[in-house]
Design a protein around this ligand. Structure first.
Ligand SMILES: Nc1ncnc2c1ncn2[C@@H]1O[C@H](COP(=O)(O)OP(=O)(O)OP(=O)(O)O)[C@@H](O)[C@H]1O
Ligand SMILES: [Mg+2]
Length: 177
């Protein structure tokens, strides 16, 4: 598996690579997102890293739409590349979907209100590196890598502090994609 498209920060900070899974096509990525969506809630933060077009928005869209479908809601989920943040409601659950690619620094990101959202909403954050050092405790990082030889194949790796509650919920799902 090529990791060209995504830096893998194996040794940065307290996060460690805890699991990884190969996803043969977009449907497999959406299915993993749906399974993960079923076990996350308010106060959980998923940091979605990986190169352009590696599948971060595809994953977030599937997760958001699956949570909405459970409560009979259905919304378009456009990429937040230009709006920076899109918010959604899935019943009681507020979901923030952000893309920090265009931001200059952590201050700009925090001005969006992310700090509070980290506590009160489910947060899906694309291009989270600008916030490095300000990632909330307990956040989990999913890195998306494209396969150089096989079109449509992605590998998602899960990085977290060993023992983090959210990581413990996600790990069993990574094995069963
Ligand atoms: N296994 C796969 N998982 C996810 N997406 C895939 C897969 N195979 C192919 N794709 C395609 O790759 C593209 C991923 O686009 P997406 O917008 O999700 O990328 P992104 O990581 O959010 O990029 P950006 O950094 O520009 O925001 C989609 O067109 C999707 O259909
Ligand atoms: Mg995107």
């Amino acid at each position: 598996m090529s990791e060209l498209a995504a830096p893998f920060p194996d040794a940065s900070g307290p996060m460690r690579a805890l699991g990884r899974v190969t996803l043969p096509d977009p449907k497999a990525t959406a299915a993993l997102a749906e399974r993960i969506g079923a076990v996350v809630g308010a106060g959980d933060v998923l940091l979605l890293s990986g190169g352009l077009g590696s599948g971060k928005t595809h994953f977030a869209r599937a997760l958001i739409q699956s949570r909405q479908a459970k409560v009979g809601a259905a919304e378009e989920v456009p990429s937040p590349s230009f709006t920076l943040v899109q918010t959604y409601q899935a019943g009681e659950l507020e979901i923030w979907h952000a893309d920090l690619y265009r931001l200059g620094g952590p201050d700009e990101a925090l001005e969006l209100g992310l700090d509070e959202a980290f506590q009160t909403a489910l947060c899906l954050i694309e291009w989270p590196d600008v916030l490095a050092g300000h990632w909330p405790e307990g956040a989990v990082r999913l890195t998306f890598a494209m396969d150089a030889e096989r079109e449509g194949v992605r590998e998602i790796a899960l990085y977290a502090e060993p023992g983090a509650d959210l990581a413990n919920r996600l790990l069993p799902l990574m094995a069963a994609a």
